[in-house]
Design a protein around this ligand. Sequence first.
Ligand SMILES: Nc1ncnc2c1ncn2[C@@H]1O[C@H](COP(=O)(O)OP(=O)(O)OP(=O)(O)O)[C@@H](O)[C@H]1O
Length: 301
Amino acid sequence: MGISLSNIDKSYKKQIAVRNITFDVNPGELFGLIGPDGAGKTTIFRILTTLLLPDNGKATVAGLDIIKDYKAIRNSVGYMPGRFSLYQDLTVEENLNFFATIFGTTIAENYDLIKDIYEQIAPFKDRRAGKLSGGMKQKLALSCALIHKPKVLFLDEPTTGVDPVSRKEFWEMLKRLQKRGITILVSTPYMDEAALCDRIALIQDGEILAIDMPQAVVNKFPKDIYNVKADNMYKLIQTLQRYEHTYSVFPFGEFVHYTDKRVIFKTAELQQHLESSGLNGITIAPTHADIEDAFMELAKK
Ligand SMILES: Nc1ncnc2c1ncn2[C@@H]1O[C@H](COP(=O)(O)OP(=O)(O)OP(=O)(O)O)[C@@H](O)[C@H]1O
């Protein structure tokens, strides 16, 4: 009951949205599509949920062909689109009832699957969806996507614009759904969420850069990496960008992540260079690469 894509292409007039997309999601897997805005994530979701036809290629969802079996797919998958999918003027309960009805079921029939999630928003069941917080909207949208017990769940940027606590809770919910045998394809622009997936595909400009387990993607990062800090971070970045030995530099939280071109790199030399460029309060310390570093490296090529 997994997902399979083979050589999928899609253009909107002259704009290529995705090119030669091939990957498989195993049954029961939590698979992440990781990439920035405009990378092509929504296009892939719309093709897999049969809302958009690809120009080329083949794809199946739960063993069903996206073209031939589109009706069966629509009945057996849950889709939480990136942009808000709920009826803003309907209450929480009315929204859920509506989605249950269009799938020919009732809330009571499948309550067991959504209980965990719905209980958190049940105190607000008479509130209009438009008046809910981001985190609550997201829980309601997930409940609606699950109300017909789908085998495969598609979640397009479910945590965008949601506060950090709700994001964490959301991922815990996904793990619980996965344990119930649901195959999940989730997209996110947040690199920290990539680590929570079983496997990920990194995507940029409509092309897949890498597919692997998150740690395996990170392990392939080819360089030693350093956290660098100074009192003037803007000047630090500019100085490093101009430094002849810089391989890569980009802001990373309170630090910049720096890699050096040389095989033998001495932090003291860099320290001296930064000091002579007029920077103060400099710290340079080795650190570990993470998904964001791996992404930036792959995106360079
Ligand atoms: N209807 C459309 N007409 C023309 N171009 C489009 C259309 N929809 C998407 N695109 C373009 O196709 C590319 C991929 O878009 P897509 O929405 O799939 O990316 P995404 O990764 O989901 O990003 P986002 O989070 O911004 O939606 C982008 O360059 C986008 O501008």
